[in-house]
Write a protein of this length. Structure first.
Length: 422
């Protein structure tokens, strides 16, 4: 007999608060350590870290084949365990292939960047990050939100400790890279040991036949979600290059403060809501064939928070930015206002779009991402051509993204009602 997925509905906000608290602490720790780190390491060393993260982020997209998104979907636990194993297997293969590619490429004369030792940390990052994505999804499926929060906090603390201690001992860039790797390993180790103790019997069900079955069952994820993620990642970087070309680095500086003030805090809340929504909505969908009740409950909470967010941006951001950062940063408040429609709909809709994956609509997501990839630069080019002014250009960009999110919302609501409405 199935357990009612809507039982204990009060747990929803408690789980969100647990994850939000853990994610907040995990992000605040490096932020508080930043003044110390900036005195230990040079800009060039942070530049190497940034390059390492960029390369790794693209490689990790291939690492799981995007199968980690499917971990919460199967009805049977043993099927989900085999998907986790599939993610770790693909991550291992991509990690090994990337190592071989780096070794071969580094043998050619003139490829000095790839003869640098730091580049060989990338394959390790691919393996650990891919495994973390899979185990995080499994932990969410098992409703161990407290364990996930502890893993993220432990990862953050160890990374900072290794960064500072390694920097003080003169390890330079390698202190930053080793700190990142150590944080990943403690996150992975904590969830891995916990899962082994609690689900050892399920792990015994992992075999080649089941891996192949699950790979075929959820093949839409590597077919559509993987290229979607690549397009999405590339598209997210494009506005930076265009705005720099149109208005210069000063505007980018103002915009970076806007992002730091608004995007980072809201991402903490949004990610926590998404993680809980995944588990609750997937459970309801598996039992009832729809997740409309969880969808509506989550939508109401997101609507309230996003409304408060926009009101704060419009009325409080000019005062707060002048008070905290000084008059010279006042333009950041104007950019925040121009982007307020984008922030509103992004926060409101993003967690709910997971319904697309539950309904098997990865192809639709891919097509939407293709449109985003084309329309985002077009909106910035049109805005700049019409107004020649950053605030108005950002507003055009914001309106374009808002229209995309409205479509996402309407379609997500349809899909939440079950297959007959899809």
């Amino acid at each position: 007999m199935f357990k009612n997925p809507l039982a204990n509905r009060g747990d929803f906000f408690r789980n969100v608060l647990t994850l939000m608290t853990g994610t907040t602490i995990a992000q605040v720790v490096p932020l508080l350590a930043s003044p110390i780190l900036r005195r230990i390491f040079s800009p060039e060393e942070f530049g190497v870290l940034a390059l390492y993260i960029s390369i790794s982020s693209l490689a990790v997209i291939f690492g799981t084949g995007q199968y980690h998104i499917a971990v919460v979907l199967p009805k049977r636990q043993k099927d989900a365990v085999n998907i986790v194993a599939l993610c770790i297997l693909t991550g291992s293969i991509v990690s090994l292939l990337s190592l071989m590619a780096l070794i071969l490429y580094g043998l050619f004369p003139g490829n000095l960047e790839y003869q640098s030792t730091w580049i060989y940390f990338v394959p390790l990052k691919v393996l650990t990050a891919s495994s973390i994505l899979a185990l995080d999804a499994w932990t969410i499926r098992k409703k161990r939100f407290s364990a996930l929060a502890k893993a993220r906090i432990s990862q953050s603390f160890l990374m900072v400790i290794v960064n500072i201690s390694g920097g003080l001992f003169g390890f330079g860039t390698y202190a930053l890279l080793i700190g990142s790797a150590a944080g990943d390993i403690v996150h992975l180790g904590y969830l891995g040991i916990l899962s082994w103790h609690k689900e050892k019997s399920y792990l015994m069900t992992v075999n080649w036949g089941s891996l192949k079955t699950q790979a075929l069952e959820y093949r839409k994820f590597p077919l559509y979600s993987l290229p979607s993620s690549l397009i999405s990642t590339a598209g997210s970087e494009m506005p930076i290059f265009l705005l720099n070309g149109f208005f210069g680095k000063t505007v980018l500086g103002y915009l970076s403060l806007t992002q730091r003030m608004i995007a980072v805090p809201t991402a903490i809340i949004s990610t926590a809501i998404l993680d809980v929504f995944k588990e609750r909505a997937s459970a309801e969908y598996r039992v009832l064939g729809n997740c409309k009740k969880t969808f509506q409950k989550t939508f109401k909470a997101l609507l309230l928070i996003s409304s408060l967010l926009v009101l704060s941006i419009v009325f409080l951001s000019p005062l707060l930015i002048r008070l905290v950062f000084g008059e010279e940063w006042a333009n950041s408040a104007y950019y925040a206002r121009a982007l307020s429609p984008y922030f509103f709909f992004s926060f409101l809709v993003s967690p709910l779009t997971y319904v697309f994956f539950m309904a098997g609509k990865q192809k639709e997501v891919f097509l939407i991402h293709c449109y985003v990839f084309l329309s985002v630069p077009a909106s910035l080019i049109i805005g700049n051509h019409l107004f020649r002014e950053p605030e108005a250009t950002l507003f055009v960009y914001s309106i374009n993204y808002s229209v995309i999110y409205v479509f996402y919302l309407i379609r997500s609501f349809q899909l939440s009602r079950g297959s007959k409405f899809a």
